[in-house]
Design a protein around this ligand. Sequence first.
Ligand code: SAM
Length: 243
Amino acid sequence: ASFGYRDVPAAEKASLVRQVFESVAPRYDLMNDLMSGGVHRLWKNTLVDVLHPRPGEKFLDVAGGTGDVAFRIYRRQGDRPDITVCDINPAMLAVGRDRAVDRGMLKGLTWTTGDAESLPFPDRSFDGYTIAFGLRNVTDIDKALGEAHRVLKPGGRFYCLEFSKVTSAPIGRVYDAYSSRALPFFGRIVARDADSYRYLHESIRRFPPQRELARRMREQGFANVTWRDMTLGVVALHAGWRV
Ligand code: SAM
């Protein structure tokens, strides 16, 4: 079946995204390694390095999927981990929970179904909010940024890791050719689902570039907004503070 991803109205995007992640959940981790050549691990390591979690702090990982970011934070928090993983898709969370059990990561890790656009948490609850490869799947990015700001404590920090705009034009063309052909190819061969990975390419292409995302974070109240490009802007890590 084709998702008709090119002309998806906002109202249908949510159900499209649900189908995509329900379909890929069992193979999601393998696909990440194949498509990025394992580099997604380094990007996530950098995110958690910069986040610099301390024992006893409360973290929320939104669109946390199968737990990659949460597990990294967990390890850094030593014997006082406190992480809530929130994702809209129970199929992704189910894979994450199984992985957590395999790793013996039980105490201090909570799995919650919820939408980034209306988070099921009170105001000023968390010291840190992370979202990795999640924001581009959200229908209303500004609403999700506003929610991130709301649930952070004053002094809390926000980090978004996301595919972004490649900073060199020639390399951008190579990357675009790779992602428009290779992603659906891997999708077809490994996940038996080319459409989902075509959606992935499309969602990357449409996501706001570095400067625009930074501006939209400021509009939702974040201070000291900065970003750093990784792998020539294939991915950017945006940071902001609630003051
Ligand atoms: N953060 C994980 C990682 O880096 O491996 C998973 C990223 S995965 C590409 C995107 C995740 O976003 C999926 O698990 C999907 O269910 C979730 N998602 C999509 N829309 C969402 C929303 N509105 N609220 C919360 N999660 C959402």
